[in-house]
Design a protein around this ligand. Structure first.
Ligand code: SLL
Length: 207
């Protein structure tokens, strides 16, 4: 059965009650420069928007604008091709803003994502390594609700290229796996249940 469609405010045909969800990861990956570190350049870092497996997401996103801290020369950086990534050198952590612009046929407004550049590990902030970067990644789901029909058709029948340039920092990418998350949540629940039972036993022995 054909989906129910309606005409949007710009005359575009949209799919009623449909949703297209596209996951992306926004991340920073920072390497301490060790002996080469100077006062203004202690780290080399990368900032990126990537597909879950580091694949090209150019069929959905046509441009990423990275808005850096004003202490950087030309703090507004635009990237229009895979990998949607920039490389910089700096000395400090800051909150940054990433604007995603969608493919024209999506007929959607751009979205802003806020992210923190991390240079220091939270667990061991003084133990800096030139080999092991500090990676801070966040998983985001782009939700196209009642998408434009032509866009939906195109992206749901899109065959991703088998080969794509692998970003140099790909070995440091985190793996986002819903099954893995569920497993961690269940483990945490069990741990809490054990702790509660143990506290309860202690109380009972005192009573
Ligand atoms: C802080 N609130 O004080 C932060 C600001 C800014 C970092 C950090 C510039 C590098 C350059 C740079 O790393 N800015 O000058 O090329 O920690």
């Amino acid at each position: 059965m054909a989906s129910d469609t309606f005409v949007g405010s710009r005359g575009e045909r949209r799919l009623r009650h449909k949703e297209f969800v596209f996951p992306v990861v926004v991340g920073t990956c920072a390497f301490y420069l060790g002996k080469k570190a100077t006062e203004t350049q202690s780290h080399k870092w990368y900032l990126y928007v990537r597909g879950l497996n580091g694949e090209d997401i150019g069929h959905i996103i046509k441009k990423v604008v990275f808005n850096l801290h004003p202490t950087f020369p030309n703090p507004t950086r635009e990237v229009t091709v895979h990998p949607f990534e920039i490389e910089e050198h700096g000395w400090g952590e800051f909150e940054l803003n990433v604007t995603l612009h969608f493919a024209d046929d999506a007929q959607e407004q751009s979205v802003d994502i806020f992210h923190k550049l991390k240079l220091y590990s939270e667990v061991e902030p003084t133990n800096q390594s030139t080999k092991k970067p500090v990676v801070n990644e966040q998983y985001e789901e782009l939700i196209f609700s009642e998408p434009v029909e032509a866009f939906y058709q195109r992206v749901t029948t899109f065959t991703p290229p088998v080969a794509f340039p692998i970003p140099s920092i790909a070995p440091h990418f985190r793996v986002f796996d819903p099954a893995d998350d569920l497993h961690k949540i269940n483990q945490a629940r069990q741990k809490v249940a054990h702790m509660m039972a143990s506290v309860k036993r202690q109380f009972e022995s005192l009573a």
